[in-house]
Design a protein around this ligand. Structure first.
Ligand code: SAH
Ligand code: SF4
Ligand code: F3S
Length: 470
């Protein structure tokens, strides 16, 4: 089975050849636009789609109206994410009326859901191609078929079924959004089936890239000057190459040069002491741990199929704090899971205060068709949103208190350059920091992609401010 996970090299080669055929068909000066919704996995997929688009002869654009190839890479995690994509996709109609030769595609997690696909077929006749999360590498063939074969309207292409493995295609070109921050997918899919979550259905089973491919990619990025590299997987702890995830992380962080390695996401049931030990021992691993708690109540965690208790979560957080006292720990919480009581929600607020999260991503529970939690009795919308608001208030207070620990300290900052008159960057803890330059210092020292030292003078809940040290 394991071998079937990898797309044969010959198939990838065939796609790259087809890309050249598209290039010959479309002529000069055509542009490609990709709109990305959802998580970093999707952003990473979009960078590969753009890599293929450029190989096909399209030039990257951020203006949809001037593009001849338009791709919507969608997310299905909550209804809100789906509605955003669908409403934006409506704008394609006008563009298509103006020029019927534009190639339009909708892909990503939403495209894997049969009911959404049916909706696209019916209500969006101006979308030419719909393809699933495992068909990224076949973009050249799909675009070629559309252009040469005249196929139009919702040609659906996907192999993914939730009881099957998906695929891994190595050797695709990538056009990255940033010249100094990079996503590196180390694995795809998810086997956890948390009862609220659509990801296992739309991304297929877990499969891991080979460590040699991952490490070669990272080495290339470091050599090319990338400074902030995030290893991606729905649950990086279940990485299954010839190395364990902590071993992979150690190697990823040991190339020559100054850079940070981060990772996400780490499932609390699998986050090991060994992983924390590697983080503590490797200076290149950023002191940031995203450890989604989801709920602070054991009955709710059990219903969610998270397979850890609040006590076990606390123990892991305490071990992180013991080994890396200054680490920033961040989390995700879902408010209003079916049957969650006021008392159970109060447990979550208590747990959030007790751990002290540097940042909290708070979500209103959104029923996902086909998942077990969607079949349960649902809480009223206003109950869910009131809990959401209460949790945000609790976190804002805590985040500001935690940020004050940085006042007076000098932090290494990766600059994002100047925006609206202010220099801005990120710390290793992944905090946003604005900073000023001392008089007479040339602005180029703090150009985007450069590491600088900043002395922190102010702290708010979600931003720091400081002065660059000469
Ligand atoms: N693999 C990651 C999560 C990826 S999804 C993990 O296990 O931590 C990102 C976050 O979206 C989740 O952590 C969860 O908090 C939230 N989420 C997932 N499904 C949701 C749903 N149906 N409604 C609301 N939030 C949801
Ligand atoms: Fe969804 Fe759970 Fe998998 Fe995360 S671990 S992607 S929340 S099923
Ligand atoms: Fe959304 Fe798919 Fe990511 S559902 S959160 S884009 S894995």
């Amino acid at each position: 089975m394991e071998n079937n996970v990898f797309v044969p090299h010959s198939e990838v080669e065939k796609q790259l050849e087809t890309a050249k055929k598209v290039r010959a068909l479309i002529g000069e000066g055509k542009k490609a636009y990709i709109s990305t919704f959802g998580c970093q996995q999707n952003e990473a997929d979009s960078e590969r789609l753009m890599g293929l688009a450029c190989l096909m002869g399209y030039e990257k654009t951020d203006v949809m109206e001037e593009a001849s190839l338009i791709i919507f890479n969608t997310c299905a995690i909550r209804e809100h994410a789906e509605l955003k994509a669908l409403s934006k996709a409506g704008a394609l109609r006008k563009l298509k009326e103006r020029d019927k030769n534009i190639v339009t595609a909708l892909c990503g997690c939403m495209a894997e859901q049969p009911h959404r696909r049916a909706q696209v077929f019916k209500s969006y006749p101006y979308i030419d191609i719909v393809f699933g999360t495992d068909r990224v590498h076949t973009l050249p063939q799909m675009v070629y078929d559309r252009l040469a074969g005249g196929k139009t309207h919702a040609v659906y292409v996907s192999d993914l079924r939730h009881d099957e493995f998906g695929v891994i295609a190595e050797g695709l070109p990538v056009v990255r959004e940033s010249g100094y921050k990079a996503w590196v997918s180390i694995m795809y899919g998810c086997n956890n089936f948390c009862t609220y979550c659509v990801v296992p259905y739309v991304r297929g089973r877990e499969r891991s890239r080979k460590s040699e491919d991952i490490l070669a990619e990272i080495e290339g990025l470091v050599k090319a000057g990338y400074k902030d590299i995030t290893l991606l997987g729905q649950n990086v702890n279940s990485y299954k190459g010839d190395l364990s995830f902590p071993e992979l992380l150690r190697k990823a962080a040991s190339f020559e040069g100054e850079y940070w390695v981060r990772f996400m996401t780490s499932h609390p049931k699998d986050a090991s002491r060994e992983l924390v030990d590697v983080m503590a021992a490797c200076p290149n691993v950023a002191p940031q741990f995203h450890l989604p708690m989801q709920s602070g109540n054991n009955r709710v965690l059990d219903l969610m199929n998270r397979r850890y208790t609040v006590e076990q979560y606390m123990e892991k957080a305490a071990y992180i704090r013991k080994m890396i006292p200054d680490a920033s720990i961040t989390s995700d919480i879902i408010c209003g899971y079916p049957t969650e009581t006021e008392e159970e929600f109060a447990d979550t607020v208590k747990a959030v205060r007790a751990v002290g999260f540097d940042a909290l991503f708070t979500f209103v529970y959104s029923p996902r068709p086909g998942t077990p939690a969607a079949e349960m009795e649902q809480l009223p919308h206003d109950v869910k949103t009131a809990r959401f608001a209460a949790l945000c208030d609790a976190e804002n207070e805590k985040a500001e208190e935690l940020n004050r620990r940085f006042i007076g300290r000098t932090l290494r900052v990766l600059s994002d350059g100047k925006a609206e008159g202010n220099f801005v960057g990120r710390t290793g803890h992944n905090k946003i920091i604005t900073f000023t330059l001392p008089e007479g210092v040339d602005e180029s020292v703090a150009a985007a992609g450069k590491f600088v030292d900043v002395k922190v003078t102010e702290a708010k809940a979600y931003t720091l401010h400081g002065n660059l040290l000469k």
